[in-house]
Design a protein around this ligand. Sequence first.
Ligand SMILES: Nc1ncnc2c1ncn2[C@@H]1O[C@H](COP(=O)(O)OP(=O)(O)OP(=O)(O)O)[C@@H](O)[C@H]1O
Ligand SMILES: [Mg+2]
Length: 720
Amino acid sequence: MKKINVEKLEEYGFPRKVVDILLDRGIKELNPIQSLAIEKGLLENRNIVATAPTASGKTLIGELALIRHILRREIGVYLVPLRALASEKYEEFKIWEKLGLRIGISTGDYESPGEYLGRYDIIVATYERFDSLLRLNPSWIKRIGCVVVDELHLIGDPERGPVLEMILARLLEDDIQIVGLSATIGNPHELAEWLRAELVDLPWRPVGLIEGVYDRRTKTIVFYHNGVREGVRHRLGHPALSIALQSIERGMQVLVFVNNRRKTEEWALSLADHMKLLAHMIDRGRMGELIEMLKDSPSRNERETLSYLIRHGVAYHHAGLSSVARRVVEKGFRDRVIRAVFATPTLAAGVNLPARRVLVFTKRYDPRSRRMRGIPVFEYKQMAGRAGRPQYDPYGEAVIYDASSLNEGLKYVRGRLEPVISALGSDRSLRIHVLSLIATGRANTIDEIIKVFSKTLFHRQYGSIHGLKYRLEDIIRSLAEWDMVTWSRGRLQATSLGRTTTVTYLDPLSVKIFRENLPVNGLPGVLWILHIITMTPDYRRSRPYIPFKLIEKYEWEARSLAEDGVIPEPDRLEEYEYYYVWLQGYVHAKMLSDWINELKEDDISEEYGVGPGDIYSARDTASWISGSLSHIAKTLGLHRLSRELEKLSMRLEYGVREDALQLVELEGIGRVRARTLINNGIRTLKDLAKTPREKLLKLPGFGPRIVDSIYDQLRSRGII
Ligand SMILES: Nc1ncnc2c1ncn2[C@@H]1O[C@H](COP(=O)(O)OP(=O)(O)OP(=O)(O)O)[C@@H](O)[C@H]1O
Ligand SMILES: [Mg+2]
């Protein structure tokens, strides 16, 4: 297999400095897929679809393409599905600053026009943020030379896929190089053809992978590729735990994927009980460092549980963790202080957390059918692919721990990846993207919309223009009914409401729900507004999970508040699904209301059964929706409501009552410090400027560093 020496990159037109940076990173030669990508025209502006197993070095394929364009004074964009992944890539790409490149990141804040991003050479963004930028069309969009799409298989994801697909359809119209990267595409030829790309498809991995299945009957792990069998001694409640313990005893680090978030904590705790005998394996000094870092976590439960676990060399990892805790766990695992991590696959799949042995599930509870169902092969492969650390392990091992029989497990090991199927056909994505095409002026007739859709994978896979035309007509009729477009004599035009909706990035249905739930007269109260927000599809699709039992508990409270006119009425009582959306919305609204009334994160966590990370993500979503609805209200001429929504958006962001909004503007002052100041009679920035240094230093949480920074900020604002 051909491998290009990095020294040779100079011959491909890269300056010497690029070679030096790569050598610094320990990269001496390009690995087989990287080399093949170059052979297939990566550096000659060809579109590329590269599919190769996890950890095979696909990122560098993207980086090389981006750098080549930047050397010609163009802008390069790197797209990822998750914010957490965006910051990881951003940190990784900072190494190119040595070459004089400027690296930027953009993940939130959809309606901000992003003109400033034009000063960067590489922009790392989430799919959604980039899509919103394309709608806003800042001047630098024309300077983009190359877009790299990481995790390209997500085109098939019902949530994230349609946005990505529309981005790619748009890029295909322009002369922009597209580089798609993925580990798990069952139909790479089809995707490459669609993107007019060369396919770079190699099963090569830097470390070997051996996959095995735990056989319940014989209590052994059977490894498929080399026939090795390993007996498992049963000591803990679940085979996954016994296998984990046994692996640690044999000196391995283990990553255990778990299909349910609560179980990650439970299992970590049970394993910790059995780790006492292994205490000698853990580096005390480094452990102390991690526990020190954890003190910054906003949640008592997290601090206590995780530091207990880390003392035993164990941890858990899921989206409910605060970002501090997530960093601690990732670092602890990389430094080998933590021997076992129990993780849900969502985040761990993107984050680089390789382990010698990975334990994998293949079934997950399906709420629709109310039973356990097999996961797709590609999800299994994403998890299994985490096994093996390139510099340390001769090979990695992935073990399925929940198969009912050996054969059931082998179906995954030998399984073929599913083809990636477009998810653009859902009503939700059609209405969002159709409105956006009309509002941005890219299409003014049905035929023009069809022309754009003809560039999509959706069109390739479904083909029928007729069927599509009917669907589009339906969608347009709804948009017209909701006052977002006008449709006369075949010409489509967005109303100002339609344009604002597109720019704010809201689902048109959210705007409709907002309008129909406003009180007949007067201004709605804060709880009322929060309740509307939590009933929108934009909130619901990323809302944290609150257990059903807790939701039910609030039913009578919600109904009596509705009767008293404090929250909207559940007008379609007879439809259970609608009623439940309303009730669930109420409980989420109440949680957010606790947050902006400065209840402690711990108390909120406890009351609603959510983690600190959940509170933050609910806050982010709600704050964005509130800010967006503020623009909508303004467009509708509801100016007072618009100002209320704007204020609420800020309160949600910081988790404060109204009187603290001025103070939290300062960096370093969050909800807790702001309240301390107010309780001490310091209510405004001016009050703060008048407060003597010694007095500030006496307040809890105000050390010399923070106080200096406060004065600096006041000075730069001209208040001192
Ligand atoms: N040519 C190379 N030589 C040595 N190490 C390399 C080379 N290319 C990449 N690496 C290293 O391999 C590791 C994995 O690379 P990368 O994150 O790009 O994997 P990936 O293919 O994107 O995997 P995933 O599908 O999990 O996202 C990184 O630590 C990277 O620095
Ligand atoms: Mg990758």
